[in-house]
Design a binder for this molecule. Structure first.
Ligand SMILES: NC(=O)c1ccc[n+]([C@@H]2O[C@H](COP(=O)([O-])OP(=O)(O)OC[C@H]3O[C@@H](n4cnc5c(N)ncnc54)[C@H](OP(=O)(O)O)[C@@H]3O)[C@@H](O)[C@H]2O)c1
Length: 256
């Protein structure tokens, strides 16, 4: 594989960093010259990563092309490029459909959508892939967990889950702030919250057959303090509100 990036920003940087932390990888990487500073930094850190003269030079030097520009400029950038029939295209552009990308990269036909997270830099976290392509699955499998789906509806629904990260940290921040307000200074408060949720994050893997509500019930001892918080937040419709918010994001990403 000769891997090229059209758009060298935060996500491209995370993918290259994760890829180059794999001990036995020998994938040469060609980067588009924008963003100049990010591209120069990556090229200085890794010997087989180089910055191409322009976007077309990336295409000409590579067989596998990751599209990593922002959606607003994708049409302008891609429509000016000459793709080849043998190019394998992996679009990371979250809000453009596979069909829209396929029309822009013709005559290339092998077009996959992938939604990795910045955590691929540490080779962690899931990447959703649609439609399943064994080579793309193998690539992202080395950078965390690759999850391929054959149904675009599944891909869109899984994409909605990525809208919840900020809320997760706000949840931890609320707990952290409450601890500080009750006399627990940092670093104790922060360390405690971070270690607690790191440990809880392992629970689904440790009990692969248990669904999430089963895990919730395991902690919600009858009459206990976990049951109290769960019941009070449920009664106030916090979780219904959360699900409605997910519906709103789903509508937003599926409405043309
Ligand atoms: N970041 C994430 O967590 C994430 C997750 C999933 C999917 N995505 C998707 O991945 C794509 C990239 O996201 P990102 O966060 O990496 O964005 P980003 O940091 O803004 O990177 C996009 C890069 O494209 C460059 N660019 C601008 N014009 C260009 C051109 N004509 N030719 C080539 N490159 C050009 C920009 O360079 P300049 O700085 O010089 O303008 C910028 O560095 C987006 O479509 C986004 O939807 C991102």
């Amino acid at each position: 594989m000769k891997l090229g990036f059209i758009g060298t920003g935060a996500l491209a940087s995370a993918i290259v960093t994760g890829l180059k932390s794999v001990a036995d990888n020998d994938v040469p990487v060609h980067l588009s010259p924008r963003n100049e500073a990010i591209a120069a930094d990556l090229a200085s850190r890794f010997p087989d990563v180089r910055v191409a003269a322009d976007n077309q030079a990336v295409l000409d030097a590579c067989d596998t092309i990751m599209l990593a520009v922002r959606p607003q400029i994708a049409h302008d950038v891609l429509s000016g490029l000459r793709f080849r029939p043998d190019h394998r295209i992996i679009s990371l552009i979250a809000t453009l459909s596979r069909e829209e990308i396929a029309a822009l990269v013709s005559p290339a036909e092998r077009v996959t959508k992938a939604l990795p997270m910045p955590m691929v830099a540490q080779r962690q976290g899931p990447t959703i892939i649609y439609p399943p392509d064994p080579d793309v699955v193998a690539f992202f499998g080395r950078l965390g967990k690759a999850i391929a789906v054959a149904d675009v509806g599944e891909f869109d629904a899984l994409s909605v889950a990525t809208a919840t990260f900020a809320t997760y940290f706000k949840y931890l921040d609320t707990l952290h702030g409450w601890l500080q307000g009750h006399g627990v200074a940092d670093p104790t408060a922060r360390d405690y919250v971070a270690a607690l949720f790191k440990a809880l994050a392992h629970a689904p893997e440790a009990a692969p057959d248990a669904d999430f509500m089963h895990l919730a019930q395991e902690y919600a001892t009858r009459g206990g303090i976990n049951e109290q918080v769960l019941r009070e937040l449920t009664d106030r419709k916090l979780f219904e509100t959360f699900a409605e918010s997910l519906d709103g994001v789903h509508r937003r990403i599926t409405t043309p």
